[in-house]
Design a protein around this ligand. Sequence first.
Ligand SMILES: C[S@@+](CC[C@H](N)C(=O)[O-])C[C@H]1O[C@@H](n2cnc3c(N)ncnc32)[C@H](O)[C@@H]1O
Length: 271
Amino acid sequence: MTSMSDLDKISANQEGFNLRARAHLQSSYYDVERFKQGYNMLRKLEQEELGDVSGQSLLELQCHIGVNSLSLARMGARVTGTDISDEAIDIARDLAEELDLDAKFVQANLYDLPKVLDGEFDRVFTGYGTLSFLPDIRGWAEVASRYVKPGGTLTIVEIHPILNLFDSVDGELRVTRSLFESRQVHHEMSASYADRIEDEVAVETHSIYGWRWTVEEVVNALIDVGMTIERLREVPYDARQRLPLMVPDGDHNWRIPGDPIPLSFACVARR
Ligand SMILES: C[S@@+](CC[C@H](N)C(=O)[O-])C[C@H]1O[C@@H](n2cnc3c(N)ncnc32)[C@H](O)[C@@H]1O
C-alpha cells in the first residue's frame, strides 16, 4: 500500500470531523442546548488564561462547531473562528444566526489559512484537542503567530501530552507508552467524544490521524518564530473524562484521584 502523505491524513481528518460535527450536536461535551440557553462553554482553564476579552479582536483556531468562539462573542470579543471541517463551520454559522451573535467563521486547513484570511488580532486562541491533529508544529506556530498583532497574545489550552503515556488498568494508572516514541497515531473510530466515556456518541466509521507533541516542542516552536513566552501552567484537571478512573470535580472538569499527573497545560505567548 502506498504510504499516505500528511495532506492525505489531513483530508481524512477533515472527513472524520465532518461526520463528528453533526454527531456532536448530541454530545454531552458540547451540550448545545445548554449553550443556546446562555451557558459559557469555555472551561475553567480557558476562562482563566483568556481573562477579559471584551472589545478585543480574537481569532480561534480549529474552532469546531463554534461554541467556544460564540461564548467569547457573548463575552464581548469580536470573534473570527476557523476550522477545516465545512460541516462544523456550517453549524457554527447556523448557531451564530439563530442566537443573533456577531461572529465570522472561515473554513480552511490551518496551513492554508493565510491564503483566505488577512489581518491581525489582539488575541489568538486555540483550545482543548487541536495541536494533536497537526503534522507540523513549527508550521502551526508560524501561522498562529502571524495573526497576533504586535503586543497581542496567543493563548493555548491543551490536553497534557503526558496523559498519552498512561492507560487505566484494573482501576490503576499504568505507564504503557513512551512520551518520545509512537508519535504518530491512527485510529479507526465509530464513536466520538463526550463529557464522560459512557456517553460517547456513535458516528459512522471514520479514520482519525494524530501527531503527539511534547510541551517542549510546542513552546520551542513559539520561541523559534519569535514569540515571547509569558506564562506556562500545568494543572491536574481535564475538560472531559479520558480514562475510566477520572472523576468529575464538580467544576465541569475531571481529575484522577490524588492528582498524580498534570492533565492539561496552558501557555500564553506575546508577539
Ligand atoms: C477535537 S476538535 C476540538 C476543537 C475545539 N477546541 C473544541 O473544543 O471544540 C478539533 C478540530 O480541529 C479541526 N482540525 C483538524 N485538523 C485541522 C487542520 N489541519 N486545519 C484546521 N482545522 C483542523 C477539526 O476539524 C476539529 O474541528
